[in-house]
Ligand binder design. Structure first.
Ligand code: PNS
Length: 162
């Protein structure tokens, strides 16, 4: 069974993330989407909230499982018996970051591998940070996050203003 792992901080999950999950799920038997911690980022949504948002966004996909993990990516990778990690890239700077991440993970675990999927043209400007910025000022985030979670994300971002 070919298991791919799609890790991220997903703060919050976006349409871009969902498109990567959808495409990756077509080339494996099972895709595990893992909500993880990035020590360089302070998240707005809790791990439980982020996991629930991913779950709601991907409910229609039979071969996608959603989990949370607070450890090292390579440990999860080994534990799940993955054949590769999948990450989406929007730009050259994303590519550099991903190349560094892959190198570091391979130093920790030589069997580690990573597939990079270029994002769709119309998703290249969507990021969790942009969603938070637009939503904070009451802007329309409906084209940026999956329809199933628009209201929940909007409510949380508006609450943060008070
Ligand atoms: O969506 P992000 O913030 O770019 O995702 C980064 C993430 C969560 C995949 C990365 O920070 C990660 O793998 N975190 C788990 C801890 C870990 O293994 N760090 C990287 C070691 S090189």
């Amino acid at each position: 069974m070919k298991v791919l792992l799609f890790p991220g901080s997903f703060d919050p999950f976006t349409r871009g993330h969902r498109d990567i999950a959808r495409r990756a799920s077509r080339v494996c038997d099972k895709l595990v989407v893992a909500v993880m911690e990035n020590s360089a980022k302070q998240t707005l949504f809790t791990a439980e909230e982020r996991e629930e948002l991913v779950r709601l966004s991907l409910a229609d996909y039979d071969n996608i499982e959603v989990i949370s993990s607070s450890g090292l990516l390579v440990d999860l990778y080994k534990q799940l018996g993955c054949c590769a990690v999948v990450r989406g890239i929007r730009s050259e700077s994303d590519f550099r970051y991903e190349a560094e991440l892959a190198l570091a993970n391979r130093l920790l675990y030589p069997e580690y591998d990573c597939l990079l999927l270029p994002c769709r043209d119309d998703m290249s400007l969507i990021s969790s940070s942009i969603v938070k910025e637009v939503g904070h000022y009451g802007g329309d985030i409906s084209k940026m996050v999956p329809a199933e979670i628009v209201d929940i994300v909007k409510a949380k971002l508006m609450k943060g203003r008070i």
